[in-house]
Design a protein around this ligand. Structure first.
Ligand SMILES: [Zn+2]
Length: 388
């Protein structure tokens, strides 16, 4: 067999093995999906919230439901899950489906809306599935220990809760050597976007913090800029150059059915952009986000040296592993981020790492896995111009 054909059949075998590894059903995600269906089929608000709470509790479990069944066939007590939800869960564990939820949906006058929501739950991992993927050495891609710093999070300077000091301590506790605080820019008023004067004050506070940590930890001056309807940022080139790291992210027109490839290509080609963050803007069970020709988007990101993000917020998971595979093949760099708004949400980075493992992305392609000096040099090299 010619060498190139041998290589491509090796690749096919490797891809087949990865697909087989993935085939494990994410039983918590399946059960949570039926609980959500049931929530939307309720006419009583308290019942709807009860099932939604149960779904959230299942998605957040550290262990698969299969390991929480006792000898009598009962489910271990889980806060937020009552007898009605337990019945749905036991049905799913027994048969992979829930006749109770299906019957309620069929009776409901919201069946069409529920079907639409079902279609928006693809490639979302439960917390237990994230842990399985992180713990299984057969996956390629980054290990938790390879991850040196998180590059999207929000502080009290925009719509997050932690102070810069809280962030530094929480990141150190997670073993990071650096992190970027990326509060919203002024164009996103709804998220408490920072004015440029506030950004300057924040940068002063970050410089003082870095001084205090004396090389033990380094906070990077980032921003999450907003991509407008035409693909331009809400920051001028001079303003963008005031930040060490510029994420560009879509926050509007996320429920449109038309193609928005050109919008993303314009954002990618904007000088000074480092990362295309949560590229679709999808939300589980709610919206699909931007529709685009992703092969074109990834080819442009690779050409311009813009990293594409895997946002680990459990409701976003954007890109997910299936799209990330395409971005990897196109030659893209990746940023794996938590998008945390509290320090406990820094753990969301693990969801992003799990997707990168499912996509088999090597650490070399992941800017979070680079040593601080290498990352800072890369960030500097891409700044639009020197700050005034
Ligand atoms: Zn965002």
């Amino acid at each position: 067999m010619p060498a190139d054909r041998a290589r491509s059949s090796d690749r096919a075998n490797a891809a087949g093995a990865t697909a087989a590894l993935r085939r494990f059903a994410d039983v918590n995600a399946v059960a949570a999906g039926f609980l959500r269906d049931l929530a939307y089929a309720q006419t009583s608000e308290p019942k709807m919230f009860g099932y939604k709470r149960a779904a959230a509790a299942v998605l957040a479990l550290e262990e698969p439901l299969t390991s929480l069944i006792g000898p009598g066939g009962h489910l271990a007590r889980i806060p937020g899950i009552g007898p009605a939800s337990e019945r749905v869960i036991l049905e799913v564990l027994a048969s992979g489906t829930s006749p109770t939820a299906d019957a309620a949906v069929a009776r409901s006058d919201r069946a069409a809306d529920i079907a639409r929501r079902r279609g928006l739950r693809g490639q979302f991992l439960s917390r237990a599935e994230v842990r399985r993927v992180l713990g299984d050495p057969r996956f390629g891609g980054p290990a938790l220990a390879d991850y040196r710093g998180d590059l999207q999070m929000h502080s009290e300077w925009s719509d997050g809760t932690p102070s810069l000091g809280d962030i530094a301590e929480a990141c150190l506790a997670r073993g990071y050597t650096h992190a970027a605080v990326t509060d919203h820019s002024y164009g996103l008023k709804i998220a408490g976007g920072m004015s440029m004067a506030e950004a300057a004050a924040q940068h002063e506070a970050i410089a003082q913090l870095n001084e205090r940590y004396g090389g033990r930890f380094h906070l990077i001056k980032g921003v999450e800029a907003n991509i407008d309807a035409t693909g331009h940022l809400d920051l001028s080139a001079e303003e963008a150059a005031c930040f060490e790291l510029v994420l560009a992210a879509p926050h509007s027109r996320l429920r449109r059915s038309e193609d928005q490839t050109d919008r993303l290509l314009t954002a990618i080609a904007t000088p000074g952009v480092h990362v295309l963050a949560h590229p679709r803007g999808r939300i589980t069970g709610s919206r699909a986000g931007v529709l685009a020709d992703w092969n074109k988007v990834f080819a442009a990101a690779a050409e311009h040296g813009v990293a594409v993000e895997i946002d680990g917020d459990p409701s976003r998971q954007d890109l997910d592993f299936s799209l990330a595979e395409g971005a990897f093949a196109a030659g893209c760099l990746f940023a794996l981020d938590s998008d945390a708004h509290t320090t406990s949400q820094l753990a969301y980075a693990e969801t992003a790492i799990a997707h990168a493992r499912l996509a088999g992305i090597p650490s070399e392609r992941i800017i979070n896995c680079w040593p601080t000096d290498r990352l800072l040099a890369w960030l500097r090299g891409r700044r639009a111009s020197s700050p005034p």
